[in-house]
Write a protein that binds this ligand. Sequence first.
Ligand SMILES: Nc1ncnc2c1ncn2[C@@H]1O[C@H](COP(=O)(O)OP(=O)(O)OP(=O)(O)O)[C@@H](O)[C@H]1O
Length: 242
Amino acid sequence: MANKIILKEINAAYGAVQVLHGISMEVGNGETVALLGTNGNGKSTLIKVVAGLVKPTAGQALAVIDDVTHDLGKLSPEEIVNLGIAMVPEGRRLFPLLSVEENLLLGASRPFARSHVNETLEFCFEVFPKLRDRRTQRAGSMSGGEQQMVALARALMTMPKILLIDEPSVGLAPIIVKQMIDKIAELKVQKGLTVLMAEQNFTQAMRIADRGYVIVHGEIKIEGSAKDLANNDVVRQLYMGM
Ligand SMILES: Nc1ncnc2c1ncn2[C@@H]1O[C@H](COP(=O)(O)OP(=O)(O)OP(=O)(O)O)[C@@H](O)[C@H]1O
C-alpha cells in the first residue's frame, strides 16, 4: 500500500507576508526526500503545511495513506497525526520536566498507537538503547543529541507511515549529526517509512536522500537526485562555496 505526499502550487503566508510561492513537489512511496535551503527560505513552513500547522493560502497539499488520498488543507493537525503522518519539529519541542519515557508515551496519543504502546516503546528502546537506560531522566537534562533521539522516538510512538523531520542536525556536533542521519536511514528501511526531511546540511542529508529540492525565497529552484544536485553549479555555490 502506497504512502505519498503530493504538493501542488502551494502558497503560504504569515499574515500579509507570503513565504511560499507556488511549491509543487512529491515524496513517493518509501522515498526519502530532502528539503534543502539555508535559514529562512521556507523549509519549516513547508513541513508545517504537510503537518497541518500552516494552512496553504492557495494550492493543494495531498497525502496518500494506504492508497487513499486526503486533502491536508482540510484536516486539523490532530487528524493528520491520526492518518499516520508524524512530525519531528525543529528544536525538538520536548516536555523538559517530564521523563524520557513520559515524553515517549505522550507520542502514543492516537488511538491506533495507544493499543500498541508497549511494543512500540520496546522498539524505540531497541533503536535507541540509551533511551532505555535514561528512561526516568528528565528530558530537559539530556544532551542535544539525546534530545533529538527522544524527539525522533516520540514521533515513532505515533506509528507513522510518513515521517516529517525538521532540521535534525541543528545544534549537534558533526559526529552526532552523522549518527542521527544514519539512524533515520535505518528506521526508514525497518519501518518502510516515507520521509520528508528539511535539512541545511546538504552533505549529510544527501547521503541518505533519494532526491532533494532546494528552496530559495519560498520557491523551488532546483530538484534532482543526490548526484544531480552535487554537480549543480548553484548548489555548489550555495553549499560548498565553490
Ligand atoms: N510564525 C511566523 N510568523 C511570521 N513569520 C514567520 C513565522 N514563521 C516563519 N516566518 C517567516 O517565514 C520565512 C520562512 O521561515 P521558515 O522557518 O519556514 O524557514 P526555514 O527555511 O525553515 O528556516 P529555519 O531553518 O531558520 O527555520 C522567514 O522569513 C520567517 O521569518
